[in-house]
Design a protein around this ligand. Structure first.
Ligand code: BG6
Length: 488
């Protein structure tokens, strides 16, 4: 029996290109879909929340295409990781990270997405970045697509609804495998592949008013992503024998609100539709039967091609991963109190506290999720994202973020329990290891990092980095390999 974290446990940190890099039009990069998301720092909390998962409209999209004032487009500046990555990775090395997760920006490699040849400057950036990681003792966990696709793929082809996207994506993946294959330790074709259902612009790049049947269009896009995911696994295994390619979802851990059988059934359905559909396809290699009923009941039509079933069956993932921020409860009671959360809003759990953004904090839910996933698939698991978004107070170069330390400690204890339960947990990349622009509300103010970045919601500030109290705590935790969590 295991008694704690394995010796080779991969303690890490994660960011994404659109939230961190900036340099949105440098060295040949094309405009990407996240570059077009508008944010106004004057918005109230309610307005920010409203714009969080708002559907993209043609009007907003067209306006953003020609916008030159970058103030209102924070994903265009991020934290300027593109230029500062060496200094940032030096801090990660000091932290003791064993692995660093970031995403590759498709529009840096193929500015339009359908270009015949890749942009060499873009490839060089990732060669240098990943070499720097290894030089500093970190493995590389590369997300091939963290939402943002070249804008041209939306304007010309309509985003993921068009099956041609699979070929363009595979052309992009092939370049990555051939040129960066020996520099990447773990590959993730799609960040949170279920995100398209909950935020169709982010996840599958759909513009709502351009769709006659929005729900069917969403599932059509998701089908194309699932096929692209399977074919990417095939390609990776052909080009880089022994490569590890994973599947990822945003994990919406769901409990029945009461022991009323209807609530229990509702929680099973929520789990199936929001989580297991995606992991079942990626890990078991076929559409689960419960989705046939869902499609039928909701009049959802998807076009599949002959051979799609074989592609899914023959190319399943080597490991599973998920982001975990909160849990929800399921009930048929329409008057149940509501709670906010990552990508979704749901029902409140009276036993849990919530973050300043209303996400319910549930460390035990992480142990539950790990057990559920492992019981179902018996595949190695990587926690690709976890952390707390908070408003940090910076004084004289210091941030006393005891709430973040508590959050991490409580979640790590439950990870340890899950490992003792027998779950094959191989790694953990804390989300937003360095402060970045938040993805949902597009704020700098919502900070996840153990490293503070002096930049505000308008992009103003010195952009200097400072170590928060949680930096030293996480550093010690990694040094101790997660032992003695009670004493820290
Ligand atoms: C995940 C995304 O869903 O949630 C990240 O993969 C995102 O990109 C994270 O940043 C936290 O969400 P937010 O809205 O607080 O940034």
């Amino acid at each position: 029996m295991r008694t704690g974290f394995p010796k080779n446990f991969l303690w890490g940190g994660a960011i994404s290109s659109s939230q961190a890099d900036g340099a949105y039009n440098e060295d040949g990069k094309g405009l990407d879909t996240q570059d077009l998301r508008y944010f106004n720092s004057e918005w109230t909390k309610e307005e920010r929340d409203h714009h969080r998962n708002i559907n993209m409209t043609s009007e907003r999209f067209e306006k953003a295409l020609t916008a030159t004032d970058t103030t209102y487009y924070p994903f265009r500046w991020g934290i300027d990781f593109y230029h500062d990555y060496k200094e940032d990775l030096a801090l990660m090395e000091e932290l003791g990270l064993k692995i660093f997760r970031t995403s590759i920006n498709w529009a840096r490699i193929f500015p339009n997405g359908d270009d015949a040849a890749p942009n060499e400057a873009g490839i060089q950036f990732y060669i240098d970045l990943f070499d720097e990681c290894h030089k500093r003792g970190m493995k590389v966990f590369a997300t091939i697509l963290h939402y943002n696709i070249p804008v041209h793929l939306v304007t010309k082809y309509g985003g993921w609804k068009n099956r041609k996207l699979i070929d363009f994506y595979l052309r992009y993946a092939r370049v990555l495998f051939e040129r960066l294959g020996d520099r990447v330790d773990y590959w993730l074709p799609f960040n949170e592949i279920n995100a398209g259902k909950f935020n169709p612009y982010n996840g599958v790049c759909l513009i709502k008013d351009r769709e006659k049947d929005y729900e069917s269009a969403i599932y059509q896009c998701l089908h194309h992503q699932l096929i692209a995911n399977a074919l990417t696994i095939k390609l990776a295994h052909e080009i880089i024998p022994g490569s590890m390619v994973g599947g990822m979802i945003a994990r919406f851990t769901t409990y029945p609100a009461t022991c009323k059988p209807d609530d229990v059934m509702q929680s099973i359905l929520d789990e199936q539709y929001s989580n297991y559909f995606y992991t079942d396809v990626m890990a078991r290699g076929k559409y689960p039967a419960y989705m046939e009923r869902y499609f039928n009941d909701n009049n959802i039509k998807i076009e599949k091609e002959a051979g799609d079933d074989d592609i899914l069956r023959e190319n399943t993932v080597d490991f599973l991963s998920f982001s975990y921020y909160m849990s929800m409860v399921a009930t048929t009671d329409k008057n149940w109190d509501r709670a906010s959360g990552n990508l979704v809003t749901g029902n409140k759990n009276p036993y849990l506290q919530a973050s300043e953004w209303g996400w319910q904090i549930d460390p035990v839910g992480l142990r539950i999720s790990l057990n559920q996933m492992y019981d179902r698939y018996q595949l190695p698991i990587f926690i690709a994202e976890n952390g707390i978004g908070a408003i940090d107070q910076w004084h004289d170069g210091k941030v006393h973020d005891s709430y973040r330390i508590d959050y991490l400690r409580d979640h790590f204890k439950q990870m340890k329990e899950a490992i003792i339960d027998g779950v094959d947990l191989i790694g953990y990349t804390m989300w937003g290891i360095i402060d970045i622009v938040s993805c949902g509300t597009i704020e700098m103010k919502k900070r996840y990092g153990v490293i503070y970045v002096d930049r505000d919601d308008r992009g103003q500030g010195t952009n200097k980095r400072y170590k928060k109290d949680s930096f030293y705590w996480y550093q010690n935790c990694i040094k101790m390999n997660g032992e003695d969590l009670d004493d820290t």
